[in-house]
Design a protein around this ligand. Structure first.
Ligand code: SIN
Length: 520
């Protein structure tokens, strides 16, 4: 058993920002499942939305965030995001983050549902990577922060209703018990719950599942954002074709070569993401949908070097070819329910970034608000940890988390072996894509529920990473399906074919210990 002051699970933008802040008060351990560079943060292409242009810009950023969220945004959270964003980005600049500039001025681009160009980018389309590298460079210099790679969170330790640490699986397969005054989840999203996703393999919803098993409340799990434009070619990865392509003028065209967005939204290709994703799905029923930049007179290779390199493998060029695209799972708006300071429903447990649900995105996140969310709420959650004192005495008792490890180790009729585990996971992901994806209805969601019940019988068990991930994906899938069935309306990213209208009363879903409720 090890003892630290603060345990941070996840080393993306939220985790590193939080760790940096917490290190002022004590020892911090940051754990991450793979190398430090492998997080959703590092894959973010388009950029970071931030209102650096003064009060009017801040007010407009707030209104854009509110309207993208389709009536369900927590205004207090959104105000904190847009008001504190500029200060946090100034810190990044001071730590050496190099955003792209023109004549010395920060370059700003526009993306869907933004009323102004306010997205900063770095190295063209590698913004997340640049931020991750500069944050890492900064925290590596802090003595009180220990960065632990190849370490997977297994379960939270809970004593007398309070989170007191976590069990972890290290790279050699050993289980470690780490006690902490507070645990901060910053473990990112869960795109791997769907067969088609832009997310890296690490995005298996571990933090949400750990928190839920420990008894924390989760919220808005039916709101999963599908990015409209992931690359679409047989056998190719669902590589993100950044929204910034449309920000720089790309059209969407259908198999007949016609632009179609005028039939769906007045903002055309820059409509909110959920609208564009559904439009592409509908048009895609009659053939491929493409991004078309052939009319854009810019050096597209220089503006989008990463995307251009990827496309070159398929002999495609942004300036010359139509690029086939279709939606893919991208971002979880729901998550562990927190207040605007990252406090969850369990004392001792905090959450920030994609794993958390402050309500800042409502039913649909505004493009490029996610890096800003990690940055702002990572710091706010760390400040709450500090403000709350968290002076718990460690008494060495066995805690619930230890028992959860034992339970996970027991066999039953579970599948065993690497190949069977991968097949089990693939089945879950296809089931979710087919029945709980972009367009839903009660019949399909019930089919998903039955499929998940059947998969529960053969769930891979044991203390190895893929079995733990399988277990976590199953929890997250169940939460999405139950919440999606319960929300009998269409709002933002949640579209029910059988309930196509929006209810007049906006309420958040909340799940705890198998119970679904709706709260304002
Ligand atoms: C993109 O570049 O389109 C992704 C940015 C985001 O998800 O906000």
């Amino acid at each position: 058993m090890e003892q630290v002051d603060f345990l941070v699970v996840g080393a993306g933008i939220a985790g590193l920002s939080a760790a940096n802040c917490l290190s002022r008060l004590g020892s911090v351990v940051v754990v991450t499942k793979e190398e430090l560079a492998e997080s959703n943060t590092a894959y973010a292409q388009g950029g970071i939305a931030v209102a650096m242009g003064g009060d009017e810009d801040v007010a407009l950023h707030l209104e854009d965030t509110m309207s993208a969220g389709d009536g369900l945004v927590n205004r207090e959270a959104a105000a904190m995001l847009v008001e504190q964003g500029p200060q946090r980005v100034e810190e990044l600049l001071a730590w050496g983050t190099k955003f792209d500039r023109e004549n010395g001025e920060l370059m700003r681009t526009r993306e869907g549902a933004h009323s102004l160009p306010r997205i900063l980018h770095a190295n063209g389309d590698a913004t997340g990577k640049e931020i991750a590298v500069s944050l890492l460079r900064h925290v590596r210099e802090v003595d009180s922060i220990e960065l632990m790679e190849w370490t997977t969170g297994v379960d939270l330790l809970v004593e007398n209703g309070r989170v007191t640490g976590a069990t972890l699986l290290d790279g050699e397969g050993g289980v470690r018990v780490v006690r902490a005054k507070a645990v901060l989840l910053a473990s990112g999203g869960a795109g791997q719950v769907y067969s088609d996703t832009t997310n890296p393999a690490v995005a298996t919803g571990d933090g949400i599942a750990m928190a839920y098993r420990a008894g924390a409340e989760v919220s808005d799990m039916e709101f999963y954002q599908f990015h409209p434009t992931a690359f679409s070619a047989p056998g190719a990865p669902r590589f993100l074709m950044s929204e910034a392509l449309r920000g720089e003028g790309a059209y969407l065209v259908n198999a007949k070569g016609e632009r179609f967005m005028e039939r769906y939204h007045r903002l055309l290709e820059l409509a909110p993401r959920d609208v564009v994703a559904r439009a592409i799905t509908r048009e895609g029923m009659d053939g491929e949908v493409y991004l078309d930049m052939r009319h854009v007179k810019k050096d597209l290779q220089a503006r989008f070097p990463g995307i251009s390199r990827f496309l070159a493998q398929y002999r495609l060029d942004l300036g010359r070819d139509l690029i086939p695209v279709r939606p893919a799972a991208h971002y979880m708006m729901g998550g562990v329910r927190t207040d605007v300071h990252g406090r969850t429903s369990l004392p001792g447990l905090y959450a920030a970034g994609e794993v958390a649900c402050t309500g800042v995105h409502g039913a649909n996140r505004l493009a490029s608000n996610s890096l800003l969310e990690g940055l702002v709420f990572g710091v706010l959650a760390a400040e709450a940890v500090i403000a709350d004192g968290n002076e718990r005495k460690v008494d060495g008792q066995r805690a619930d988390g230890d028992l959860a490890v034992d339970r996970a180790a027991s066999g039953g009729s579970s599948v065993t072996g690497e190949a069977a585990t991968e097949r089990w996971i693939a089945e879950l992901r296809s089931l979710m894509w087919k029945y709980a994806g972009l367009l839903r209805d009660a019949e399909g969601l019930r089919q998903a529920q039955r499929g998940l019940d059947a998969l529960a019988v053969t769930m891979p068990r044991g203390i190895f990473r893929r079995a733990l991930e399988a277990r976590n994906l199953h929890v997250v899938a169940g939460l999405i399906v139950t919440s999606a069935l319960g929300r009998e309306e269409s709002r933002g990213a949640h579209y029910r074919n059988d309930f196509p209208e929006r209810n007049t009363v906006a309420r958040h879903s909340a799940m705890r210990a198998g119970e679904l409720t709706f709260v304002s």
